[in-house]
Design a protein around this ligand. Structure first.
Ligand code: ADP
Ligand code: MG
Length: 316
C-alpha cells in the first residue's frame, strides 16, 4: 500500500470538519484559524516501542493511549484540545493493525470532537507521535509555577495502577484486566482540567510518578510540600493484589509515589470554597499541603516515609 492510500484509508476518511480548519490533511501544511482572543496551547508526545509501551500492546489500545497522553497534557494546562497531528513510524504496513490502531485513536478523537489535521508516515521502528493544539482564554492557564504556601494538594483518580501492571508483567505474574487497562488505556482527565480553570493555582499531569512530578511544581513555584502517604488514593485492586503478594501496603505506596504512567492530574488549590467542594468531589483526593520551606516531606501516619526511587527518568 502506498503512503497516500494508507493515510486516506485509515486516517483521512474519518476526520470531521471542525471550525477553524481552513485546510486539513492533504497539502504541505494544514491551515488553521484560531478563535479570537485565545492562547493556543501546543503539546507533543512520542511513544516508542520498548520504552513507553510493550510490544504486546493491542493496536487499538496503542491508538487510544497515543492520544490520551497528549490530551492529559492539555488537561493539565486547563486547555481545551481541538486539532491533532499524528506521526507514525511503522516497521511494515499491516491492514488489520492499522484498522485497530485507528479505531482506538478515533474513539478518543470522536469523544472530544477533535480533528486530525495532518501528520507524517514513515517506515522505521514502531513509534507514535501526537501533537495536539488546544485553546485557552488568556490568564486562565494553570501553570506549574503557581503553587502558594497553604494550598491544598489534590490528585484525581487512583495512583500506581499502571505501574503495578508493569511490575506484575515483569515478575511474570498474571495481570487483571482492570490493571492492564489502567496501563494501556489511561483516562485523560479532560473535564477536571477544564473545571479547574481559574480555581487551581498550579497543575501537572502525573506521567513519571507523583513524587517527581509534584517536585516540578514545587521547584517552579519555589515552595515545598508535605504529603500524607496514607491518604494516597489506591484502587481496591491495587490494595488487594499488593497485600496478597507482599503482606503489606508498602509496595502500593511506593508505586503510587514513584511509578509512572498514571496520567492523573496533581493540582494545588487554596483552601477556599472550591477546596471544600473538592473534598467531597468523587475522583479527587486531598493528599497534602504546600509549605513555604522548600523540599518534599513524606509522612505515613505521622512517621517519616522513605522513598527509595523517585520515579522514571530517561537517560538515567
Ligand atoms: P509532505 O511530504 O509535504 O510532508 P506528506 O506526503 O508527508 O507531505 O503527507 C501528505 C499529507 O498527509 C499531509 O497533509 C500530511 O499532513 C498528511 N499526513 C501524513 N501522514 C499522516 C498521518 N499519519 N495522519 C494524518 N495525516 C497525515
Ligand atoms: Mg510538502
Amino acid at each position: 500500500m502506498k503512503e497516500f492510500d494508507l493515510i486516506d484509508r485509515y486516517f483521512n476518511r474519518r476526520s470531521q470538519n471542525r471550525d477553524g480548519v481552513v485546510l486539513g490533511i492533504g497539502d504541505d501544511s494544514a491551515l488553521l484559524k484560531p478563535p479570537a482572543n485565545t492562547y493556543l496551547a501546543v503539546s507533543t508526545d512520542t511513544l516508542v516501542e520498548g520504552i513507553h509501551f510493550t510490544p504486546d500492546i493491542p493496536a487499538k489500545d496503542l491508538g487510544y493511549r497515543s492520544l490520551a497522553v497528549s490530551l492529559s497534557d492539555m488537561a493539565a494546562m486547563g486547555a481545551e484540545a481541538a486539532w491533532v497531528m499524528l506521526s507514525l513510524n511503522l516497521p511494515e504496513v499491516q491492514p488489520v493493525w492499522l484498522e485497530d490502531f485507528s479505531d482506538g485513536f478515533f474513539e478518543l478523537m470522536d469523544k472530544y470532537d477533535l480533528q486530525l489535521v495532518g501528520g507524517n508516515t514513515t517506515s522505521g521502528p514502531l513509534s507514535v507521535t501526537t501533537h495536539v493544539t488546544g485553546f485557552i482564554p488568556p490568564e486562565m492557564e494553570i501553570k506549574r509555577s503557581g503553587a502558594r504556601p497553604g494550598d491544598l494538594i489534590y490528585v484525581t483518580g487512583t495512583l500506581g495502577d499502571a505501574a503495578l501492571a508493569l511490575y506484575l508483567m515483569k515478575q511474570q505474574e498474571s495481570v487483571s484486566s482492570y490493571l492492564l487497562s489502567r496501563y494501556h488505556r489511561p483516562t485523560p482527565r479532560v473535564e477536571t482540567g477544564l473545571f479547574l480553570r481559574a480555581k487551581a493555582n498550579a497543575m501537572i499531569d502525573i506521567s513519571d510518578g507523583l513524587a517527581g512530578d509534584l517536585n516540578h511544581i514545587l521547584e517552579q513555584s519555589h515552595v515545598g510540600a508535605k504529603i500524607w502517604v496514607e491518604k494516597l488514593p489506591l484502587s481496591t485492586e491495587m490494595k488487594e493484589t499488593v497485600q496478597r503478594l507482599t503482606g503489606s501496603l508498602s509496595l502500593a505506596f511506593e508505586l503510587a509515589l514513584a511509578g509512572g504512567d498514571d496520567y492523573e492530574l496533581c493540582f494545588t488549590i487554596s483552601p477556599s470554597n472550591e477546596a471544600e467542594y473538592l473534598k467531597n468531589h468523587p475522583g479527587c483526593t486531598c493528599i497534602g499541603v504546600v509549605e513555604s520551606v522548600p523540599g518534599l516531606k513524606l509522612t505515613c501516619q505521622d512517621q517519616p516515609f522513605v522513598l527509595k526511587k523517585w520515579g522514571y527518568q530517561h537517560f538515567d
